[in-house]
Design a protein around this ligand. Structure first.
Ligand code: DMJ
Length: 937
């Protein structure tokens, strides 16, 4: 086991390309070494080109920093679209995001050490003078303890670290007398009151002037904090203690970490996202490596590097083991529940987890780092940036991107680890995209929506603190940097702390180390590093071979892949299982999949996701087959998407006591009356008998002239439609039989026909997921007579209550047709727009329904036929690839943004009010109406 001083021995937060022995002293810190000989794979990048790219980074930094200094300073941040400073209180509040702003010239402080890394020593000297002259840390502002620590305390300490380095060199900063450190200490003391809890976990926010509890403080009533918020202090606080000799900071940060470790879920060894700072109970029990937890793990490993304290490594390795067991599903990293870690807690990933491959490099676990990084890169190639959140089938979940640096960080570490020029090309792409899509005349603007390229008036300070450092260092040679970067560790905000701190003022760590660690079974601890001398020099294609199977993981349109499939078919090498024949319920198929190295991830919304790991295939031929199978699947899905680009529809409950308040998002049908081209259909609802609508109705009198409710399953959608139409229904609503399904969580799709001519179906048909459907069913139970409106867009309540008014507003019949065709044009052009804009989103790659999926028409006729043969009793509409992966939900999101303004009743897609709240509202409405009725009586 290494003693304290390991930080110095292991020598670096930066994986080196130097001989492996350099890191041996770190015992367990695996900074992998790479070969300098690159014989295949991505072509090596010439020194000239790397220099050119490095210069481009410098120019970009000047553009960002120069505009901040010119137009925003001394404000905390630059607003690059309006070219002015963001001053808290003077702009509309953005909620928690604003807690980073303390009126302390945040961007300047966050940029200090970047200036030195980028060789702008003169500018650094000026910047330090400005900080000392202008920055006030005593403002009456409530700030986030976490953000203030990583950005401001970290920024001051990084600045101090490089100021003393420069001073020692004898040219610059000769006047410097630890002034930044004094400021850091002052700030440290300002943050300490936050730790005044029984647990030792800090309050999430503090008032810089008044602290926590005083009435003037306006904070201190919070009970919860995020794990990362409480667990990302040790580097800055320990550095502050060791630089100044004031032990209290390191003590407090250690105590908070000790408490989190104590509270880890003991059977899974995972931590939740949010914890109660008083009781230590987990408030949010989901666990991942992204938002809310990320830097807690990062700081355990880096605390070991900086402080040389084995206990941190033991904790990190214990957690890492759990992460790899439960959360890592290469290339994905999926949140799970801490108590039931085999259960995924989400079907999407957030952008913050992009730092994790970099941390894995630091740990020495290169393979999963390469895999996850490659997956993320595929997402970036599709959207130009990493969206804030994306689904497991790589669709956009949250479309914004605030120029986060995590992916650049991982790219840098992977390049240092592997020496693979591929990562230089990745960096080049990042630079190009930033210049092409985020650059504006007054800096770089965050992306509001990566799909549309729209901007937000925001340039976060971390963009300067981190992005430019990592990009510059990626292309730099040792001699391009005026100091040895290997002597420093990067904080989570990429501030530089010198590793020599590990041997300075160590008494604190000795005094406070708990005795618990000796009880741990450390047999699973990884004390040795992978021998990269063997790993890379002997196999220069190592990284490439890991990336290769993931190459098309996102790009489901995949033209090259399709050609390859066709070519291989022509040469007679057919895959053993065709994608179109695949059924997730067929054990034989599952066996074949396994052989091909294809694994299934069961998503919560009923879909399954397919991911191929070529190395898990039984043989290289099976791996090839697996690849072909995946490519076929991609092709098949994209074919289906093309047929599933109808916008969603609305079911609006119009009768008493709803009067149009309840609008349910519904899926359209490929057959029957097209509601976008015709006037809506209005009628009372009635359940059909049999409820599945698969045979002639036994209650035609009940559905005659009404909108029939039918349950999904047992037969084709079209068959149901014919049966209710024959009984005299004027429309139909198919309600999902998957209990709990909802358009909040499952992508909408359109109901497909039966592969035959469906022109005979004249009535409109809509699909509702189970939760939405049950709102209508509950309403029937309560009120018996329930009237609904089936339409392409919810109607204004005024028109619903006074249909005559609507008629008055209607054009004359002569104008009607003109108007209607105008509407059609609008409607169809809107569809085209959506398709154009959204088609890149339709990346349901690897994803197909496990069951209960609508059958496709013509295109997939042979598919459904073969499925009918193989599984005649199953729901026909459940067996083939369907449109669940289509992008209606993204269209919905898009529509919600444009339509909500004009029509407050429309609440599509992601912005749809959650069902529970609709029900709550609804109950409130009912009560209110009942009260009103009583009053009237
Ligand atoms: C940075 O402020 C830090 O890296 C933090 O740990 C989380 N991420 C932001 C930038 O995305």
């Amino acid at each position: 086991m290494s003693e304290a001083g390991g930080g110095r021995g292991c020598g670096s937060s930066v994986p080196q390309r130097a001989p492996w022995s350099l890191v041996a002293a770190a015992a367990a810190l695996c900074l992998v070494a790479a070969t300098s000989v690159w014989t295949a794979g991505a072509a090596p990048m010439s020194r000239e080109e790397r220099q050119k790219l490095g210069n481009q980074v410098l120019e970009m930094f000047d553009h960002a920093y120069g505009n901040y200094m010119e137009h925003a300073y001394p404000a905390d941040e630059l607003m690059p679209l309006t070219c002015r400073g963001r001053v808290r209180g003077q702009e509309p509040s953005r909620g928690d995001v604003d807690d980073a702003l303390g009126k302390f010239s945040l961007t300047l402080i966050d940029s200090l050490d970047t200036l030195v890394v980028l060789n702008k020593t003169k500018e650094f000297e000026d910047a330090v003078r400005k900080v000392l002259r202008d920055v006030n840390l005593d403002n009456d502002v409530v700030v986030s303890v976490f953000e203030t620590n990583i950005r401001v305390l970290g920024g001051l300490l990084g600045g101090h670290s490089l100021a003393i380095m420069l001073k020692e060199k004898g040219e610059y900063m000769q006047w410097y007398n630890d002034e930044l450190l004094q400021m850091a200490k002052q700030l440290g003391y300002k943050l300490l009151p936050a730790f005044n809890t029984t647990s030792g976990l800090p309050y999430p926010r503090i008032n810089l002037k008044f602290g926590i509890r005083k009435p003037e403080a306006r904070t201190g009533t919070e009970t919860d904090t995020c794990t990362a918020c409480a667990g990302t202090l040790i580097l800055e606080f320990a550095a502050l203690s060791r630089f100044t000799g004031a032990t209290i900071f390191e003590e407090y940060a250690r105590k908070a970490l000790d408490f989190l470790w104590e509270k880890r879920q003991r059977s899974s060894n995972l931590v939740g996202v949010t914890i109660n700072i008083h009781t230590g109970d987990w408030v949010r029990k989901d666990s991942g490596v992204g938002a809310g937890i990320d830097s807690y793990y990062e700081y355990l490993l880096k605390a070991y590097v900086l402080l040389g304290d084995d206990s941190f490594l033991e904790r990190f390795n214990t957690h890492y083991d759990a992460i790899m067991r439960y959360i890592s599903q290469p290339p994905l990293l999926l949140d799970v529940h801490i108590h039931k870690p085999m259960l995924n807690a989400r079907t999407w990933m957030d952008a913050l987890l992009a730092f994790f491959p970099g941390l894995q490099v630091l740990k020495g676990d290169i393979r999963p780092a390469i895999e996850t990084h490659e997956m993320l890169y595929q997402v970036i190639k599709k959207h130009n940036f990493l969206p804030e959140a994306f689904t497991t089938d790589f669709r956009v979940h949250w479309a914004q991107h605030p120029l986060r640096p995590e992916f650049a960080e991982s790219t840098y570490f992977l390049y240092k680890a592997t020496g693979d020029p591929y990562y230089l090309e990745v960096g080049k792409t990042l630079i190009e995209n930033l210049n092409k899509y985020a650059r504006v005349p007054c800096g770089f603007a965050a992306m509001k929506d990566v799909r549309t390229g729209s901007h937000e008036d925001r340039m976060d300070s971390f963009f300067l603190a981190e992005m430019f450092k990592y990009l510059y260092l990626l292309f730099a040679d040792k001699e391009d940097i005026i100091f040895d970067i290997e002597d420093y560790i990067f904080t989570t905000e990429a501030h530089l702390l010198p590793l020599w701190l590990s041997t300075t003022n160590q008494s604190i760590s000795k005094k406070n180390t708990t005795s618990e660690y000796t009880e741990l079974d450390d047999s699973n601890f990884d004390w040795t590093c992978p021998n990269t001398q063997i790993l890379f020099p002997n196999d220069p294609l190592y990284a490439q071979s890991i990336r290769e199977p993931l190459k098309n993981v996102v790009d489901k349109s995949c033209p090259r892949g399709i050609i390859r499939v066709e070519e291989s078919f022509r040469s007679g090498a057919k895959p053993p299982l065709r994608a179109r024949d695949f059924m997730a319920t067929n054990p034989e198929h599952l066996e074949i999949l396994k052989k091909m190295g294809v694994s299934l991830i069961h998503l919560k919304d009923g879909r399954v996701q397919l991911v191929q790991h070529a190395i898990q295939a039984a043989s290289s031929i099976d791996a090839e087959d697996g690849l072909r199978f995946m490519q076929e699947m991609i092709e098949l899905s994209s074919q289906q998407q093309k047929e599933q680009q109808l916008p969603p529809r609305a079911v609006q409950i119009v009768s008493h006591p709803f009067f149009g308040r309840v609008v349910l998002t519904a899926g359209p049908a490929q057959f029957g009356l097209d509601l976008s081209k015709h006037k809506e259909t209005r009628g009372f609802v009635a359940s059909s008998k049999p409820y599945n609508g698969c045979s002639e109705l036994t209650n035609p009198e009940a559905v005659m002239g009404k909108i029939a409710l039918i349950q999904r399953g047992q037969c084709m959608f079209a068959e149901k439609a014919r049966n209710i139409q024959n009984a005299g229904a004027i429309g139909g609503i198919v309600i999902d039989d998957n209990e709990g399904s909802s358009s909040d969580t499952a992508p909408l799709f359109q109901m497909a026909g039966d592969g035959k001519d469906t022109d005979d179906i004249k009535i409109p048909m809509l699909f509702l997921f189970s939760k939405e459907g049950s709102i209508i069913l509950d309403a029937i139970r309560e009120y018996e007579e329930v009237e609904v409106l089936l339409s392409d867009k919810a109607k204004d309540r005024v028109n619903i209550l006074n249909p005559e008014m609507e008629n008055e507003e209607q054009p004359s019949s002569e104008n009607d047709s003109q108007n209607q065709s105008a509407e059609q044009i609008t409607s169809s052009s809107q569809e085209v727009d959506l398709v154009d804009q959204e088609s890149p989103e339709e990346s349901s790659l690897n994803s197909q329904p496990e069951s209960s999926s609508p059958t496709d028409t013509d295109n997939a006729a042979s598919v459904s036929a073969s499925e009918q043969n193989s599984n005649p009793v199953e729901n026909h509409e459940t067996t083939s690839l369907d449109g669940e992966c289509t992008d209606l939900d993204n269209q919905l999101q898009e529509q919600s943004e444009t339509e909500e303004d004009s029509n407050p009743n429309v609440s599509w897609g992601k912005k749809v009010q959650p069902i529970d709240s609709i029900l709550a509202d609804w109950n409130e409405d009912i009560e209110a109406f009942e009260m009103m009725e009583k009053d009237e009586l």
